[in-house]
Design a protein around this ligand. Structure first.
Ligand code: SAM
Length: 189
């Protein structure tokens, strides 16, 4: 879905369209029943997942009240009824286990957030994380290794979009984003 379709707030950064597409692909929600979106911000990831999979229950956790209000507006804007919004600073208790967790905002306590996310997941569940800080990427990879989990995939994505400049056009660069995907437990054949 195009970024322009979402209502935006000045101080609420959004996961961009191309990054969402990669993250949602890695989350592998086709057979999922419950998806948790942590640092859900504008709700763009939750909403895109909810619209693609109407039978999916989405739990969207966000600590910033302004972002949560914006997310509520976006949920109404897209008529999404399968999203439960929670205002909290994760880790937080979520009763129902999930098939997939997305960490799009980590606010400092990354190792405990990853441990909590793994705890929330069913054994074959997917955890996908996005970072813009290299230090967070390094911390996340080190913590997964410490937990004995090899990433399924780790990509840097950098997208440039055609933009007008003077009498012509150029490709305006977005900042690079790191996307890590892993599975709680390896599938046994
Ligand atoms: C990059 S932004 C939002 C991205 C979101 N996926 C979107 O598309 O709008 C990250 C968000 O994570 C939130 N956040 C950071 N750490 C958090 C935590 N521990 N619990 C809940 N929200 C958190 C921030 O308040 C911020 O709104």
């Amino acid at each position: 879905m195009k970024d322009e379709l979402f209502l935006r707030g000045e101080k609420v950064p959004m996961t961009k369209e191309a990054v969402r597409a990669l993250a949602l692909s890695k989350l592998d929600l086709h057979h999922a029943r419950h998806f948790i979106d942590v640092g859900a911000g504008t709700g763009s990831v939750s909403i895109e997942a909810a619209l693609h999979f109407p039978a999916l229950k989405v739990t969207a956790i966000e600590r910033n009240p302004a972002a949560l209000a914006l997310m509520a507006q976006n949920c109404r804007h897209f008529a999404c009824e399968n999203i439960v919004r929670i205002q909290a600073n994760a880790p937080v208790v979520v009763e129902e286990k999930a098939d997939a967790v997305f960490i799009g905002g980590s606010g400092g306590n990354l190792a405990s957030l990853i441990d909590w996310a793994l705890e929330q997941l069913h054994p074959a569940g997917r955890l996908v994380m996005t970072f813009i800080l290299q230090e967070n990427l390094t911390r996340a990879l080190a913590h997964l290794q410490h937990r004995g989990i090899a990433p399924l995939d780790c990509q840097q994505i950098q997208v440039s979009a055609l933009s007008p400049l003077g009498s012509g056009h150029y490709f305006k660069a977005n900042n690079p984003v790191y996307v890590i995907a892993c599975q709680k437990e390896e599938a046994h054949v």
